[in-house]
Design a protein around this ligand. Structure first.
Ligand SMILES: Nc1ncnc2c1ncn2[C@@H]1O[C@H](COP(=O)(O)OP(=O)(O)OP(=O)(O)O)[C@@H](O)[C@H]1O
Length: 325
């Protein structure tokens, strides 16, 4: 099963520029979480802080007892082995075939025989639909294939935590839909804890168990998907509605006068209707996270806003009916 990631009071600046402060959240074990936020709000910096590649000046990131911020380099190095990282562009070596790219972590970090490496690489290539492309170079394939190769490489060391940085960037809507399904199928197969950084509203609406949003140098919210998807908090509603009206401006926050003018103009549109979360493809096991999440969310139900509570109760009722059929 995946490992829980506990983030406490994380604060990061580069020189004078504060990126975010006091970020506190828990990525529940084996569940899929998405981190949203306008460009430049520090989503990638957050991802890199979780794995210890960037050092925040305050706070802790606890992974299996190791603090990825203040722990010893040796402990952090060891703890990184439970992570699989998928970068925006796939981060593949241009002069290596896809097979060699995907085999790279196994050759670098393990003493496995070539026959065993071949077995693992082919299994992961099959998982992401790349069998037949072993001998291709990254420059000879499409962006979507490069991303899937990046995902296959992230999976070879059997990670318990998977971090994906904008896995949809540069993909068309159809490929993005396939990728969303692939991420859910992956979670069903290996029950890893997953954190996906994205701007994509379709992924946000259909993939995660939990969602968070970074804005104004902080975490606006983090919680079960229904909380953000039904939120009337102006920043969250604007972002998830993909609208110009609201506090998020073209390059920065809007000023108070512009916001007051907008408020006078029209009532804010209602949040988009909630669509059901994706389920694993036929033939795959159920996601183990679903049952755990259900218990967890039920235990916090009376502390959630009414709209979120109703949405959760409806989805549990629908799941119950599905199971009874
Ligand atoms: N190594 C670094 N040194 C200095 N500043 C940095 C560094 N890395 C990131 N930043 C700054 O931190 C801010 C947040 O960057 P980040 O890439 O995390 O944003 P993001 O939310 O992922 O954006 P996008 O959605 O556009 O990818 C930016 O202003 C960026 O310039």
């Amino acid at each position: 099963m995946g490992i829980e990631v506990v983030v406490e009071g994380l604060t990061k600046s580069f020189g004078e520029q504060n990126i975010w402060q006091d970020v506190t959240l828990t990525l529940p074990a084996g569940e899929v979480s998405v981190m949203l936020g306008p460009s430049g709000t520090g989503k990638t910096v957050f991802l890199k802080s979780v794995i210890g590649l960037i050092k925040p000046e305050r706070g802790r990131v606890l992974v299996d007892g190791v603090d990825m911020v203040g722990g010893s380099e040796r402990d952090i190095y060891e703890a990184r082995k439970v992570f699989g990282l998928m970068f925006q562009d796939g981060a593949l070596f241009g002069s290596m075939t896809l097979f060699d790219n995907i085999a790279f972590p196994l050759r670098e970090h393990t003493r496995k025989k070539e026959s065993e490496i071949r077995r693992i690489v082919m299994e992961r290539m099959d998982l992401v639909g790349l069998v037949g492309a072993e001998e291709k170079l990254p420059g000879e394939i499409s962006g979507g294939m490069r991303k899937r190769a990046g995902l296959a490489r992230a999976l070879v060391l059997d990670p318990q935590i998977i971090l994906c940085d904008e896995p949809d960037s540069g993909l068309d809507p159809v490929r993005t839909a396939y990728l969303s399904q692939l991420l859910i199928d992956l979670n069903a197969r290996i029950d890893a804890t997953m954190l996906i950084v994205t701007h994509n509203l379709d992924i946000a609406a259909t993939v995660p168990d939990n969602m968070g949003m970074l804005f104004r140098r902080g975490l606006v919210a983090f919680g079960p998907r229904e909380v953000l998807l039904t939120s009337e908090e102006p920043v969250v509603a604007q972002f998830l509605g993909g609208r110009r009206e609201g506090p998020i401006g073209m390059s920065e926050e809007k000023d108070a006068a512009t916001l007051a003018k907008e408020r006078g103009a029209a009532a804010p549109p209602a949040p988009r209707p909630l669509v059901p979360q994706l389920e694993p493809s036929p033939g795959l096991p159920e996601r183990k996270a679903v049952r755990r999440r259900r218990e967890r969310v039920l235990s916090m139900l009376d502390r959630l806003p009414e709209a979120a509570r109703i949405a959760i109760e409806r989805s549990h009722a629908a799941a119950g009916e599905g199971a009874a059929r």
